[in-house]
Design a protein around this ligand. Sequence first.
Ligand code: PLP
Length: 455
Amino acid sequence: MTLPNGLSVEAAREQAARAYELDRRHVFHSWSAQRRIQPMTITAAQGSYVWDGDGRRLLDFSSQMVNTNIGHQHPKVVAAVRDQAATLCTIAPQHVNPARSEAARLIAERTPGELDRIFFTNGGADAVEHAVRMARLYTGRPKVLSRYRSYHGGTETAVNLTGDPRRWPNDRGAAGVVHFFGPFLYRSQFHARDEAEESRRALEHLEQVVAFEGPETIAAILLESVPGTAGIMVPPPGYLAGVRELCDRHGIVLIADEVMSGFGRTGRWFAIDHFDVVPDLLTFAKGVNSGYVPLGGVAIAPRIAAIFDDRAYPGGLTYSGHPLAAAAAVATITAMAEERIVENAADIGERVLGPGLRELAARHPSVGEVRGLGVFWALELVRDPATREPLAPYGGTSEAMIEVVAACRDAGLLPFVNFNRLHAVPPCTITEAEAKEGLAILDEALRLADRHTLP
Ligand code: PLP
């Protein structure tokens, strides 16, 4: 038997063992206590599946870091990267390059409203850094407001803007960042009983934060259109429109972080399209080219871009709009359009994943809530359905969560995991049969979670 990369299982195992040994000796891993981790080796990937170091196939319900929207090893994207490598591997950002120009056109064509100028970065965090820099230069104001329960990246400003425990060891306190609570009805900060009340009270809260911080000191409000790692909390009707109105009233720039939610993940090109709201700046990365080559960027409204018409923008990167990454974006966006991949994400969400996950929630007491859109779903696991006590504490894990995740993996499923949540975030290309395969494995694994849950 051979794997999709052409290696026999035996050869793949040998390669994996050597890679693991070298990794543990030389590779320093992100966000980890180096001695405590046992990273999984992946030797091959195809479509919705990956193969581990033992040659076992796993259904990828994580899309890795929620980035392989087009699935693994899409032949058109692989070919585009190969062709671009043969043509022109790299070129400095000050020169015009056909792959970059075309990628910018395809992105600008899809971003909401008039956002039609694209600044390319290497990934999501630096896209956020630059969006914030642009907002500060545009307004001449220092502060940025962002949500608790958010993730915006690992670089200095981005991690300080982040509203999860990864910020704490990096917190400067003086980064010009103020956090607020966004809407999250299941764990409402506002004692709301329904979505309308949650939306209204979350907006009142934000309005108060703006008033007490001093609107003339606030450059931007930054939020994920649908927060991803923090729990896939789809905003209730009216919330994003209310934030837009608040920004307009006070001359504050609205930055939508679509690094995780963009490029088909929610069943639309951008998550904010569900809410008919146009931000002033939009950050993207991940799904723009499914991470085949690192790429991110900022889509910029004309009035913000215009302040840099006759004055230099003070920022740049050696690899801004790197040809290999740009070619991968052109091929990805083109294939997504031709193969109706965004429509597939919407359809699988509506017909298979949404109803299937809700059905699991109805049968498993450990599932406190299911929420999401498209191929972007969270299962909130609880120890007590009445008090909603999470199955693992905020910022931590638990024996129960470790057991559930191990059961998923043993049965051939790779979910995305954060604290007490499992996220079902497969590629946008997933088929109905694959989605059902994942649901069946989750069904079995959740029995273990149920054992830790009060009846
Ligand atoms: N913003 C959001 C919403 C993200 O989900 C992430 C990464 O998960 C980032 C920013 C940071 O992106 P990167 O890891 O490419 O720097």
